[in-house]
Design a protein. Structure first.
Length: 478
């Protein structure tokens, strides 16, 4: 095979009409960039409601009592917290600030939960003063909540975080939660009148699993249901089971492109195709002693089981008696809860940054320097595998294909915004804008830092009003 002739494999993202409305109004975007600086995050809440409705429809189809709690940590904007108020959504909070903000915004306590990995006294006080459910992770936390409840002379509604589910003959390890095998004894020994944790009112179970397995979640839910049946006979009533987050979303349009990308990457790593990533980064693959090893170490950006399909799969998972989770929940009258973050934010955000320079490195690669840094679009997996869009100030009539890497503002060799080499129809000019789509879930905020004393990116919300006028309304997230 001729190593030079092969094209770069594209990865076309799924996009929404609002994103194109924004991109097709370059003068507005340049103006916003002028006013707020680069990069700029723009959000739209419409898909947020649609994503929630998708989950709701599944729960309703099984006639289940349910509550979808938005995992607040996946995006820092208050706008999404506000948006939960006009739907039946709640909010999963993981810090004092997150909880405080929800309370200040007037979210009802029944719609809130605290799942923070670290709960200090201040957070527990705030939760109990406002009658907010706390999910307990360990016995020290039980002691703390008991102590604060005594101090405030209140009862504390608590859920137990459970882990250690048996799957495929082995226990699933987690650093979080109580091992499922000890929960029943914990309740019997400590929970109830005249017992050590007499201020704690057990109301439900919670789990959140790592990874994206439908089956593991289905099995974990069955084991929680088994536990609720067992403790019900000891007079501990379970009102809800919360199955956490980690619901898949799909970022890419084309399964064939996805497959082709992975195959090409494998060839490149084995030196059988020209490089398609920065310094031939393997994204999890490597070649040792002429053998390809490892696996693609990224989020499954293309997948066929997003959101509703994922949830449906969990609810229809059967136990050894042929009963599925939905039937069991219904029969026991237990409310099912979930805490999606990323998948609720699907299609709700884009990140736009300005081109500052272009240069060719010693290997002849075009590097396009962006006014933005790697933490402002950072995937916890090996890379963010979506083709960006470019808003050219001077679009050329004839295409002049170019291949580039986008580089960032941190003084690190590895501040390359996308590890993939990207094919463009022309070389961007200084001041052109690059649009990275679907960045609202974690990508834009979760790892954002202020090294070099750079400002954090500005967050705007966009509302299209185009049914009546062509006006575009942007407002700051406050
Ligand atoms: C992070 C987290 C979530 C949200 O996970 P997503 O992958 O964004 O859906 C939900 N619950 C808990 C406890 C979490 O830690």
């Amino acid at each position: 095979m001729n190593k030079k002739e092969n094209n770069l494999p594209p990865l076309s993202p799924v996009t929404s009409p609002w994103m194109h409305q924004v991109m097709q109004s370059p003068s507005t975007v340049y103006q916003l960039m002028e006013e707020y600086g680069s990069p700029l995050n723009i959000h739209n809440t419409e898909p947020f409601y649609q994503n929630h409705n998708e989950y709701k429809a599944i729960f309703e189809s099984f006639d289940l009592k349910h509550l979808v709690l938005f995992a607040r940590k996946a995006n820092k904007c208050q706008g999404f917290v506000q948006a939960t108020k006009s739907s039946a959504m709640g909010v999963d909070t993981a810090s004092y600030q997150e909880l405080k903000q929800c309370i200040d915004l007037g979210i009802e306590s029944e719609k809130l939960v605290v799942t923070a990995a670290i709960k200090n006294r201040k957070l527990v006080e705030l939760a109990l003063e406002n009658d907010v459910l706390i999910i307990l992770d360990n016995k020290d936390e039980c002691e703390l909540v008991q102590s604060v409840a005594e101090q405030l002379n209140v009862e504390a509604k608590v859920g137990i975080r459970v882990s250690g589910f048996t799957y495929g003959g082995k226990k699933l390890y987690s650093r979080f939660g109580f091992d499922i095998d000890i929960v029943e004894n914990l309740l019997i020994e400590y929970f109830g009148t005249d017992k050590k944790f007499d201020r704690l009112k057990y109301v439900g179970l919670h789990f959140h699993l790592n990874g994206y397995s439908i089956e593991q979640r289905g099995v974990a839910l069955h084991q929680c249901l088994d536990l609720t049946e067992s403790i019900l006979s000891k007079a501990y009533k379970t009102e809800f089971i919360d199955i956490g987050g980690g619901f898949l979303m799909n970022y890419l349009k084309d399964e064939k492109e996805w497959g082709h990308f992975e195959e090409t990457l494998k060839l490149a790593v084995q030196d059988k195709h020209r490089e398609i990533t920065f310094q031939n980064h393997g994204l999890g693959f490597e070649t040792t002693e002429n053998k390809l090893q490892g696996r693609l170490n990224t989020y499954p950006y293309f997948n066929k089981t997003p959101r509703a399909i994922f949830l449906h799969g969990i609810l229809t998972c059967q136990n050894e008696h042929g009963l599925n989770n939905a039937e069991r929940l219904k029969a026991l009258g237990i409310e099912i809860r979930m805490e999606p973050g990323r998948s609720l934010l699907d299609q709700t955000g884009i990140t736009i940054a300005k081109v500052v320079f272009r240069k060719q490195d010693a290997q002849g690669n075009w590097l396009v320097g962006m006014e933005m840094n790697m933490t402002q679009m950072y995937s916890s997996s090996a890379d963010f595998l979506l083709d960006p869009f470019v808003i050219h100030q001077n679009p050329k009539k004839a295409s002049e294909p170019t291949e580039v890497f986008f580089t960032g503002a941190y003084c690190l060799e590895r501040d390359v915004l996308l590890k993939r080499k990207i094919a463009l129809s022309q070389l961007p000019e200084i001041g052109d804008l690059v649009v990275f789509v679907n960045t609202a879930g974690y990508m834009m905020h979760f790892f954002e830092t202020e090294a070099h004393l750079f400002d954090l990116a500005t967050n705007l919300f966009y509302e299209s009003n185009q049914e009546f006028t062509q006006s575009m309304d942007f407002h700051l997230d406050t």
